[in-house]
Design a protein around this ligand. Structure first.
Ligand code: SF4
Ligand code: SF4
Length: 388
């Protein structure tokens, strides 16, 4: 895979300028020769929330429209897809498609919006962070994937460019489940690389909308940049350079360690010079790979109640043997005395990482796993599809 990255200066979301920038970049990268008539393309846009396009949190509809029109001219059939956070349901998708402008794109051009609500799991034996990923079934309906992300600095995850955009192929409710299990930004980025590696045969092209980017503090910033590459890591490398970030604090360091990119020659620019886009004062969070994933406490509470499979101990059944408190890796289990002076174990869920060691290690089968209804429903959905 080559390391060419096309950068185009775009000072607005003007329809005709975008279309001409897309055509010119496709041609410079010879991507227009890859698209064949009737090829089914999943256009993986960035729609994490139900918000207006001027929030800069989602792929801008003008960019999506420009890409769809150029692909249609080349004969491809596009399906626009993403999974927002929250439950992956038709009503949620409808609201997101409407608010983010994707419904209007579909109504005014030759493309479909994804309405396939099925999900599936696939093994990822080479994965570093996971050996199995759950994805939207629409991946199975298409020949290829084009990854169309947004340049953003996320409060919880730091830089989220084109590699991070692939996380949106994980169904919303499963995303929450995964983020609650991952501990650091390094874990998250290794998880992303696992997804990218698993889909490498289908993921053929990457686009980043940085006409207006999102800085730390959730503020919009003109970057005037539309960037493209067939190589996901080359594209992220170029943008990381533009934003003035240290490679060692990002997904690129991990991609290098895992053999996905040559750190001495990460990208070759075609189109406008990279120096034209570099910003010394783009606002970033001081996150590095060791930074713990910052959790939203309200979201965490609702997630905990609805999805988290968790260990529970009934004090009157506990024999007070203290084994669980000794094997718990986070010291989340305290031994207490009840009113009869009997010792029992109690779990502090603020410290618990849900590793199940206490459940597996209790010699009296006193530790039980509580499975909330939403968790059961989600796993039923995955199992049903995998056994169809
Ligand atoms: S699940 Fe793991 S972290 Fe939580 S209480 Fe049990 S042993 Fe400790
Ligand atoms: S290992 Fe089981 S019986 Fe022993 S203290 Fe823990 S919960 Fe109670």
């Amino acid at each position: 895979m080559n390391n060419l990255v096309s950068l185009t200066y775009l000072d607005s979301y003007d329809d005709s300028k975008i279309k001409s920038a897309v055509e010119s970049s496709f041609s410079k990268l010879k991507f227009d020769t890859i698209i064949k008539p009737d090829m089914k393309v999943l256009l993986k846009v960035c729609l994490p929330e139900s918000v207006q396009p001027d929030s800069a949190e989602t792929s801008h509809p003008a960019v999506v429209q420009g890409v769809v029109e150029v692909l249609s001219k080349l004969g491809a059939k596009c399906i626009i897809a993403d999974s927002p956070y929250g439950n992956f349901t038709q009503s949620h998708l409808d609201s997101v498609y409407f608010k983010t402008g994707m419904l209007e794109v579909a109504n005014s051009s030759d493309c479909e919006l994804n309405h396939n609500l099925k999900i599936f799991s696939m093994d990822t034996p080479n994965g570093v962070k996971t050996k199995n990923i759950t994805l939207l079934d629409v991946v199975n309906d298409v020949d290829v994937i084009i990854n169309l992300g947004k340049i953003k600095i996320d409060e919880k995850l730091g830089y989220t460019g084109v590699g991070a955009n692939m996380f949106g192929l994980v169904p919303g409710e499963v995303k929450t489940l995964i983020l609650n299990r991952l501990s650091t930004i390094e874990d998250f980025n290794n998880y992303l690389i696992d997804i990218i590696d698993a889909l490498k045969d289908k993921l053929i092209f990457n686009i980043l909308d940085g006409v207006v980017a999102l800085e730390a503090g959730n503020s919009q910033r003109m970057l005037s940049c539309l960037a493209m590459s067939e190589n996901v890591f080359s594209l992220d490398s170029a943008i990381i350079k533009i934003l003035g970030m240290d490679f060692n604090n990002t997904i690129i360091k991990l991609a290098f360690e895992r053999g996905f990119i040559d750190i001495d020659d990460p990208y070759e620019i075609v189109g406008d010079d990279i120096e034209n886009f570099e910003l010394a004062d783009f606002s970033l969070y001081a996150y590095d790979l060791d930074t713990k994933i910052h959790r939203n406490i309200r979201g965490q509470k609702s997630y905990f109640n609805t999805h988290q499979e968790r260990p529970t101990i009934k004090p009157n059944r506990c024999k007070g043997c203290t084994i669980c408190s000794k094997i718990c890796p986070t010291n989340a289990i305290m031994m207490k005395y009840d009113k009869n002076g009997e010792l029992y174990a109690e779990i502090d869920y603020k410290k618990c990482i849900f590793c199940k060691k206490c459940y597996l290690g209790c010699p009296y089968n006193v530790v039980r796993l509580k499975t909330p209804l939403e968790y059961k429903k989600l796993h039923k959905k995955i199992n049903e599809f995998n056994h169809e």
